[in-house]
Structure formats: structure tokens, C-alpha cells
Design a binder for this molecule. Structure first.
Ligand code: ADP
Length: 629
């Protein structure tokens, strides 16, 4: 006996331990999904073997009919899922069923709260897989032999799901994997053949391999094929029910929730392929990890080729799940070959269009689905405006914003809504960038526009500075930042007026500029303020303060640019300032006016301590009566 064959006990990785505990606690009301997960693994194993056998037909040997068998035994209280697929080596077994390799898992687990409903939803987005067996079993045994390995190199894995598992080498004649669940005392229903039969039908009718059932103790011991064993996407759309699509989606993605929508299409002619694309209802935990695996499951002539083929959709559609089955691609296609394949460009264009059309239809349907979609994936879709110029117009129609019209932070207004409300002579679309909704909606920059009834988009997502750059205009109306110089509101007040009013207040402007020479580029009379004494604006080609902050936060060196201070000459504080004869106090007041303008737009002061000192000084002067007029 080799060293390896000794029984060895190993501990689960901490994350697995945590996941197991949380799962058993929070998924109890969904417990039968363990069967879907196990059948899904078995069918994946068959897929993988068929794929490897393309290059090494010997792997199949005499056992060429790939299938899945479920055995139940009421007396022994066991349920087994048996496949003759790819199997696992000792190393694979330890890796696959002892650790979770997905990056970000610990951060994900930290979001768990102990609230069953909340946690169940989160775990649903994570996809629980094999470990869900422990919801109904107090002991799980896995016996497996990797295709191509000698029988004496088979392995047995065993665990009670509490923290450790044992592993030992066994001699197993059959290729593939047998997973045996020793059911908990109150879970005997899962050893009842009629119960299991209906679950198999529910969970595996769409799987391309036959799934059969045998029950120990039944008169008829012959395995009975329960599913129809046709890959769902190969069936005509008219013959697939909504429920079947939903089940297939869950099987494919390990998601718990129904998808929001799907699109199933067969393309014939010069190129032939079938695609089935789903829009999930909730974002996965690693949506923001742009390197996380993504993409469609690729089949060529019904043979599984690879998971996560990312070449079929652009990165900004990374939330789309589904299958593509091509008749034209070569069976030996690899990721590298996919990248170079010219056929793929047109497939990618067509699939992208399908997704965007599906979303447009969802948006037009008037249901809440699009709201749900936008809440989960809106920010990702915005990346498309920046990255996918060809589809800019389609994407622009899909965007949703909070605006000054809505009165809430809900991003539910389209550009079409905005343009529909605007007066015909308004040839611009106004927007403001801010850190959050509260800052945006209270910004001094909006005062004049609000007074004039001009609607403003309130942009608070990290990607928005890039979005407005990429979008630039919608239906011929330019997007205009209300916090930049030269803001031109419709009807009236043009640049000549600006020069004139600056001239009228020249001495005050010069004096303030003198006091703030280190901190501002210029001082100007504002035409956009009503209630506030001042605001800061950026020159046309400067970075917006939001973008500047973000780039700085990501460690980039940004050259300094000073803002322009705009003052409201009708405001009592500015009147007070212009009447100030004490030079020191004029300086202090000017600095405070600037500090407040910066704070109002969400910029952190370079020197908060100086601001506080000036304020304290001023407050003491009020107290002593010195400052009373
Ligand atoms: P997932 O299926 O989402 O990857 P699981 O926890 O269910 O996660 O399984 C982890 C891994 O274990 C699988 O990716 C696969 O490599 C392996 N595995 C599980 N079940 C089987 C099986 N029946 N045959 C071969 N490999 C399997």
C-alpha cells in the first residue's frame, strides 16, 4: 500500500466552514435544491469527459453512454447521485471539496447578517454547489475515479460537514463519481422514490444526459429514465415553458431566484448557432471584480466546450448568463482560437444586440423588472456608453437617472423623459456631478436653473464623469455640466452680459482675488446663484472635482488646478464683505466664503484647521459685539 492510501483527515478551509454553517442555517426552507446542485455537477462531469474524449477517445473505454443515476434507499436512509463522467483525482478532490477558490469569498461571507431571508438571498447569488448536501445530510461520502486513472487510484472522501473531512485511496472499478448522502433523521422524504422522481423531473428535464432513478425495496429495481434528456436550448421555443426556462437558468447558474428575462434564438443560414441568454434578477457578489470569470457556456454541435467563454459578449454585459451552441466553430476550439476567430466578431455583435433589445423591451414593458435590473446592473451598463461606441444610441435610451424633477434619489428617469419635459427651445441637457444625492440636490449650482424650471440630471455614480464624456449629447442636445464656467441658460444672459457685470463689480472682484490669490484662479460674478453667497466652478477643460478625487484616491498624480470662485452680488453676505474695511477680516471672510463653497460641493478642505480657526475667531468677534453693524 502506498503512502497515499492511508486515511488522512484534513480541515476545511475557514471559508468553507463558515459557508457550511451559514448555509445549513439559512437555506433550510429551500433544502431540496441540493439535488439540483448534485445533478448539475454530475452533468458537468459528463460534459467535461465528453470534451476531453475529443482529444483522447480512450478515456471513454467501453463505457460510452454518459448518464446520471440516482439511487434511494429508505431503510438505510441514503440518497446517491452517480455519474460516469470525468471523476476527480485525489488532489482535485481535496481542492474542489475542501476549499473555495473564488476570490472575494471572505468579504462576501462578512456580509452575512444572521437574518435567514437576507442570507439565503446572498448565498443564492454566491451559488452553493456541492456543500448544499449538508442541509439534509449528516454524513456525505464521495467515491470517485478520474477518467484515465487506474482503478486502484480511486479516492473516497467523507465528512459530517462540521469542520473536517477524511480522504483515503480505494479501489473502484467504475469511472466517475458517486456522492452518497446519509440523510438526517427528519429528512427521510428524500429517500422516497416518488418525491425524488418529481424533483428530478423538475431539475433535470433539460439536461442532455439521461437521468434515471432506482429505489431499493421497490419491486421494479431496473433504473427508470426520468428526464427527457434533450438539451433545453435545442428544443423549439414554442415547446419550452416559462417554468422550464427558469429551472434551466437555476441549473446553469446555481442561482436561487428566477431570472428577470431571457432570449432564446436560433440563427440559420451562413452561420448557424443557438443562443439562450438570461438576465439575472440580482448581481453576483463579484460583479465589480472585472477579472472574475464571466461569459457564456459554449457548446459546439451539442458538445460542451467550455464554461465562461467571455468572447461572446462585451465586458459591460458581464452579468448576462447563458449558453451558446455553434454548428460552425471547430470542436477543438480554445480560448486563444476564439479570440482570433473572425466569425466571432459577427456573433458577438449579434448577441450584444440581442441583449440590448431584450433590455429595451423590458424597459418598455412598464413592469418593475427594469427598475430591478437598473438597480442591480445600471452602473455596469453605463460602462457600455464609454466602451461600445457602436451601440451608444441604444444604450443611451436604456439609461436611468435621478433628476431634479423626480424629487427622490431613485434613478428612474430616462433621457427621453427629460427631453419630453423640456421646453422646445432648450437645446441642452443639464447635469451635475456630485458624491451623493444629498450633495447634488442641495448644490448651489442648481439655484438659478431651479428658479427657471430647468431640469438637471443628478449624477452620483463613480462612473458618471466618464459616462457624460462618452455620451456628450442625446438627440442633438449637448450634455452640459452646471458647475462649469460659461454656463449658458436658454433665452438671455450671454457672455457679453458676464463681462459687463464683472466690470460693474470689478473692484470687489479684484479685492477678493487678492485675498484668495493662492487658492483660486479667478473670481467672477455668478449668474447661477439665487440663495447662496458663492460657489466654485471649473474651467471647461479642467477635470471635474469628482473625477479629480477619484483619480487621486486611486493613487494617480493629478496636476493642481485652482477653481474659479463665483459670488452672488445680491447676497447679504457678499454685501457685508464688500463693506468690510478691516483688511484682516476681509481676508478671513473671503476665505470662509470660499471654504463654504468648496464644502457645499463635497470637496475636502486642504486645511480644515485654518478654516476652524477663522470661524472661531469670527464667532468670538460676534460674541464681543465687535462685528455688529
Ligand atoms: P461548482 O459546481 O459551482 O464549481 P461545487 O462546490 O458544486 O461548485 O463543486 C466544486 C467542484 O468539484 C466542481 O467545480 C467540480 O470540479 C468538482 N465536482 C463536483 N462534483 C463533481 C462530480 N460529480 N464529478 C466531477 N467533479 C465534480
Amino acid at each position: 500500500m502506498s503512502e497515499n492510501s492511508k486515511r488522512e483527515t484534513l480541515g476545511f478551509q475557514t471559508e468553507v466552514r463558515q459557508l457550511l454553517q451559514l448555509m445549513i442555517h439559512s437555506l433550510y426552507s429551500n433544502k431540496e435544491i441540493f439535488l439540483r446542485e448534485l445533478i448539475s455537477n454530475a452533468s458537468d462531469a459528463a460534459d467535461k469527459l465528453r470534451f476531453e474524449a475529443l482529444a483522447s477517445p480512450d478515456l471513454l473505454g467501453d463505457d460510452t453512454e454518459l448518464s446520471v443515476l440516482i439511487e434511494v434507499d429508505k431503510d438505510k436512509r441514503t440518497l446517491s447521485v452517480v455519474d460516469n463522467g470525468i471523476g476527480m483525482s485525489r488532489e482535485e478532490l481535496v481542492d474542489n471539496l475542501g476549499t473555495i477558490a473564488r476570490s472575494g469569498t471572505s468579504e462576501f461571507l462578512e456580509q452575512m447578517t444572521g437574518d435567514k431571508k437576507h442570507d439565503a438571498q446572498l448565498i443564492g447569488q454566491f451559488g452553493v454547489g456541492f456543500y448544499s448536501s449538508f442541509i439534509v445530510a449528516d454524513q456525505v461520502t464521495v467515491e470517485t475515479r478520474r477518467a484515465g486513472s487506474p482503478s486502484e487510484e480511486s479516492v473516497r472522501w467523507e465528512s459530517d460537514g462540521k469542520g473536517e473531512f477524511s480522504i483515503e485511496t480505494i479501489d473502484r472499478a467504475e469511472r466517475g463519481t458517486r456522492v452518497t448522502l446519509h440523510l438526517k433523521e427528519d429528512e427521510t422524504e428524500f429517500a422516497e422514490s416518488f418525491r425524488i422522481e418529481s424533483l428530478i423531473r423538475k431539475y433535470s428535464d433539460h439536461i442532455a444526459f439521461p437521468v434515471s432513478l432506482t429505489a431499493e425495496g421497490d419491486d421494479d429495481k431496473e433504473p427508470k429514465v426520468v428526464n427527457s434528456a434533450t438539451a433545453l436550448w435545442r428544443r423549439p421555443r414554442s415547446e419550452v415553458s416559462d417554468d422550464e426556462y427558469k429551472e434551466f437558468y437555476k441549473y446553469l447558474t446555481h442561482d436561487f431566484a428566477d431570472p428577470l428575462d431571457w432570449s432564446h434564438n436560433r440563427v440559420e443560414g451562413r452561420k448557424e448557432y443557438t443562443s439562450l441568454l438570461f438576465i439575472p434578477a440580482a448581481a453576483p457578489f463579484d460583479l465589480w471584480n472585472r477579472d472574475a470569470p464571466r461569459g457564456l457556456k459554449l457548446y459546439v454541435q451539442r458538445v460542451f466546450i467550455m464554461d465562461e467563454a467571455e468572447q461572446f459578449l462585451p465586458l459591460y454585459l458581464r452579468f448576462v448568463k447563458g449558453v451558446v451552441d455553434s454548428s460552425d466553430l471547430p470542436l477543438n476550439v480554445s480560448r486563444e482560437l476564439l479570440q482570433q476567430n473572425p466569425e466571432l466578431v459577427s456573433m458577438r455583435t449579434a448577441l450584444t444586440r440581442r441583449v440590448l433589445d431584450m433590455l429595451a423591451k423590458m424597459a418598455a414593458s412598464g413592469t418593475d423588472d427594469y427598475k430591478t435590473f437598473w438597480g442591480q446592473f445600471g452602473q455596469v451598463l453605463k460602462e457600455g456608453v464609454v466602451e461600445d461606441h457602436a451601440n451608444k444610441d441604444k444604450l443611451a435610451k436604456l439609461l436611468r437617472f435621478a433628476t431634479t424633477h423626480g424629487g427622490t434619489d431613485a434613478q428612474d428617469q430616462s433621457l427621453e423623459d427629460y427631453v419630453g419635459r423640456a421646453a422646445p427651445e432648450q437645446d441642452k441637457i443639464y447635469y451635475i456631478l456630485a458624491e451623493n444625492y444629498a450633495t447634488a440636490v442641495a448644490s448651489p449650482h442648481l439655484e438659478k436653473l431651479r428658479e427657471r424650471g430647468l431640469e438637471v440630471l443628478l449624477l452620483t455614480d463613480r462612473i458618471d464623469p466618464w459616462l457624460v464624456d462618452g455620451l456628450a449629447e442625446y438627440e442633438g442636445k449637448a450634455l452640459v455640466d452646471v458647475a462649469r464656467t460659461g454656463l449658458d441658460l436658454p433665452a438671455g444672459e450671454d457672455a457679453a452680459d458676464q463681462e459687463k457685470i464683472n466690470e460693474e463689480h470689478k473692484s470687489l472682484l479684484e479685492k477678493i482675488k487678492g485675498a484668495l490669490s493662492e487658492r483660486v484662479d479667478d473670481v467672477s460674478v455668478s449668474r447661477r446663484l439665487v440663495d447662496s453667497p458663492a460657489c466654485v466652478v471649473s474651467a471647461d477643460n479642467d477635470l471635474s472635482p469628482q473625477l479629480r478625487r477619484m483619480l487621486e484616491a486611486s493613487g494617480q498624480q493629478i496636476p493642481d488646478a485652482k477653481p474659479i470662485l463665483e459670488i452672488n452680488v445680491g447676497h447679504p453676505l457678499v454685501t457685508r464683505l464688500s463693506a468690510e474695511s478691516d483688511e484682516g477680516r476681509f481676508d478671513d471672510l473671503s476665505n470662509i466664503v470660499l471654504d463654504h463653497a468648496l464644502l457645499a460641493e463635497g470637496t475636502q478642505l486642504d486645511s480644515p484647521a485654518e478654516y476652524v480657526q477663522r470661524m472661531n475667531k469670527l464667532l468670538l468677534e460676534i460674541d464681543s459685539g465687535e462685528i455688529n453693524e
